[in-house]
Design a protein around this ligand. Structure first.
Ligand SMILES: C[S@@+](CC[C@H](N)C(=O)[O-])C[C@H]1O[C@@H](n2cnc3c(N)ncnc32)[C@H](O)[C@@H]1O
Length: 251
């Protein structure tokens, strides 16, 4: 297994244990403002990316879906709607606080017992082999300490024929747009974090983690190493984000 990332927390060198615990701390700190901050930082565009993500998945009623790093439920809620509330959805996250915000949001929508909410690490999923039809992870994989271990776990829990989808920040393709986007993320996002969420450091980390995430084609190669028979990416918004799709056809 490759797991080539140096254990960095943003720009700092840390041990794997420190990284996981620091990431947990970041999301503890941002949980209460997470949804409003997403709207502010992306001018609401994260909603369109997530809509497109779920329409790409095309989930069917009755499918068993696992949303890893599911946070406050944005992807799970979209899958629920897309399947006329007929999918069997587990929302899984390292951070109990993010999940509790998600559970409250679900209850506000009248979905009291519609999801299973489980706390844990994407690197060690507490589910049997060949269990799910669909595995999703949105804006989560870049926070995981050992990416290849998480990919191998995804491959393990998916049934033959199972589909994997990762939505993540990627590389802006146009060099002029890349420069503007880089300046925005480097200078403006931490300031919005400081002003609104009173937490510049966490938003600084989130921006730095975007820079460290593998290129889309490299991630697809690593998905194949982890056991996927097919892996392909699609850029959205000129490459600000990418959808990485993997299929396990045979095991
Ligand atoms: C940026 S949020 C994304 C939440 C949600 N998927 C969305 O798109 O709005 C990242 C989430 O990843 C979770 N996370 C980070 N490391 C994780 C890990 N190793 N295993 C599971 N979840 C993790 C965090 O707790 C956080 O809730």
């Amino acid at each position: 297994m490759q797991n080539i990332e140096k254990n960095q927390f943003g720009e700092k060198q840390v041990t794997p244990e420190e990284k996981t615990s620091l990431v947990r701390g970041v999301f503890d700190s941002v949980a209460d403002n997470y949804d409003i901050m997403n709207d502010l930082m992306s001018a609401g565009v994260h909603r369109l990316w997530k809509d497109r993500f779920v329409s790409t998945i095309h989930p069917a009623p009755g499918e068993k879906c696992l949303d890893v790093a599911g946070g406050t439920g944005d992807i799970a809620f979209r899958i629920h709607k897309a399947t006329q509330e007929q999918a069997d959805i587990t929302v899984f996250d390292l951070n109990a606080h993010m999940l509790s915000v998600g559970r409250d949001r679900a209850i506000d929508r009248g979905w009291v017992n519609d999801f299973e909410w489980i706390t844990g690490n994407a690197e060690k999923l507490p589910f049997p082999d060949n269990h799910f039809d669909v595995y999703t992870i949105a804006f989560g994989l870049r926070n995981v300490t050992h990416i290849d271990t998480a990919l191998a776990e995804a491959a393990r829990v998916l049934k033959p024929g199972g589909r994997f989808y990762c939505l993540e920040f990627s590389q802006v393709q146009n060099p002029f747009m890349a420069r503007a986007y880089d300046a925005y993320s480097r200078h403006i996002i931490p300031q919005i974090g400081a002003l609104i969420a009173k937490d510049k450091d966490s938003y600084q980390y989130l921006v730095e983690s975007i820079r460290k995430f593998p290129k889309a084609a490299d991630l697809c190669a690593r998905m194949k190493e982890a056991g996927f028979n097919y892996a392909k990416h699609t850029f959205l918004s000129g490459g600000i984000v990418a959808i990485h799709k993997g299929i396990i056809s045979v095991k």
